[in-house]
Design a protein around this ligand. Sequence first.
Ligand code: ATP
Ligand code: MG
Length: 661
Amino acid sequence: MSDTHTPTLDNLSHETRAFAPSAEFVANAIGKPEQYEAAKADRLGYWAETARKVLTWDTDFTEVLDWSEAPVAKWFADGKVNAAYNALDRHVENGLGDRVAIHFEGEPGDTRSYTYSQLTTAVKQAANAFESLGVAKGDRVAVYLPMIPEAVITMLACARIGAIHSVVFGGFSADALRSRVDDAEAKLVVTADGTWRRGKPSALKPAVDEALAAPGHTVQNVLVVKRNGQDVAWNEKLDKWWSDVVDTADTEHTAVGHESEHPLFVLYTSGTTGKPKGIIHTTGGYLVQAAATHRDTFDLHPETDVFWCTADIGWVTGHTYVTYAPLINGATQVMYEGTPDSPHQGRWWEIVAKYGVTILYTAPTAIRTFMKWGRQIPDSYDLSSLRLLGSVGEPINPEAWMWYREVIGSNNGANGEKKEHPTPIVDTWWQTETGAHMIAPLPGVTATKPGSAQTPVPGITVDVVDELGQSVGNGEGGFLVIRDPWPGMLRGIWGDMDRYKETYWSRFEGMYFAGDGAKKDEDGDIWLLGRVDDVMNVSGHRLSTTEIESSLVAHPYVAEAAVVGAKDETTGEAVVAFVILQIEPAEGEDVVATLRAHVGKDIGPIAKPRHILVVPELPKTRSGKIMRRLLKDVAEGREVGDSTTLADNTVMTQIADSMRK
Ligand code: ATP
Ligand code: MG
């Protein structure tokens, strides 16, 4: 029991469903219960064994973890390893050169497949080309590309020669690109003429031109991939076509091992809670955890599975579960350039059927969008190839989880047949900072619960603590922390080690503070409850945004919901909800009253929103996360804060307009 001086989050949800894996799934599962036991008995031994299993090291390591300079960890420090060799060459050497590594599907419908041999050659050429442009080990390369194979090729070519990539999401502005180029002091920028977006060409190169127009940058070359063929302005001093430099480069290139702690990349967080942070990841530990979690969480059988992670390479999910882990594990994956509604709302399901995708990994925001569009769309495709579904990025509302299971995970053909055993769903909690999955079920071991990420992956020690840093009991909520250093952990914030210590290591002594609220249920399983910055304090009760949002989303009227706490004279804070409706309410019905009553009945009177505002859209980051801090600004009548990573700049005006009505 928590005492009154250490308030924890109130536990509001009553979700109790659980789904055990089928006997058949258990029998063939990659992840085994013994892994938890082995990791518990000897955590570092477990990681050492895993490191040697999932990677081929040029030089073996003798020390697993060096924590003497905490909070900066060194993992496998005297080992040497090359990421690109592990992702490519070794599979070719092992006779898997003809296996497809990437099935690329362009938005206009053009396709390209790369076998492991072909991808290896392409990366060798890019590595030679980058070196010929003066890029050496330790130099930084900014990557501003759409979701095309050249993005993966560029990242792996950097990794091969030890250059540090900094991927900037292709949707970001010239300003955002310039500030990231300057911050990293990038020598080379790799971009494209443009891409395709909702059936129309969408330019990229002009943003690079604009970003580099003002002098004072460090860029020596801009490599331009020809993708959509649109006209581009040409800067003779900087610009070079990829086709001239890379495609003509030598196809032989020997990969050498880099120190395990050599930086692999810098990547900015999504900016959901504030100014994005440039997160530094290094090589060995990151790759080990990436590959191991990809194998275990997704039950990867690389000989037969077709994996599809829908994330853009501009996010950490695209780094870990598109570029690195699937290729290190020798998997076949799908990569799609465009939006889910182009040219029609069934595009994703068409792709699943076309390539026989077996494992699909996406975000709750996408699932809620598909729910809004209606089940008749996926129902008209054959999704029988799917055998595992994953979720990442935000807490998944139980309602969305159940829809994912019933509509996508049970589909056994376009004629309405149902699978006898719906596919398991794995909800995966992690962050840019953690590098790879931290909390996720093992699909062949865990009975999965709708809305919960449940258990730390083997070898990871996660806890939920109160304000004093004491573990909370089952049934209680608090702050999510990580107790022990882990292989994929960030090694700092680029150029700002003080901010690193301040942000993650100052809240609780000796523990990494994730910034998220969480609770343990009666079985000790972990449920993510949203950002602690967003926790609301209503008359002394600490309420989570997630639980109230999930309750709203469970009502048939509501497609999406975002909840914030707004200052209130009597209760401290009041719950304010912003909702997008999915069906027109009945004539004369007071939607707000209906929804308030629904939340009151579903989780209790304390959680009833004081105000509910029906809005046309919600502010989201480009990675699909709801930016509650902007809504809080609206609810409290302030000017809205930093919105540079907002996907659609008009959303906040739309919301303001809808409130004036
Ligand atoms: P910033 O740190 O700049 O505010 P961000 O936290 O959104 O941005 P990311 O690293 O992309 O940047 O996102 C990590 C966060 O996403 C986690 O801290 C968590 O809040 C949320 N998250 C990711 N996966 C899950 C999940 N499965 N369940 C609940 N929350 C999740
Ligand atoms: Mg964060």
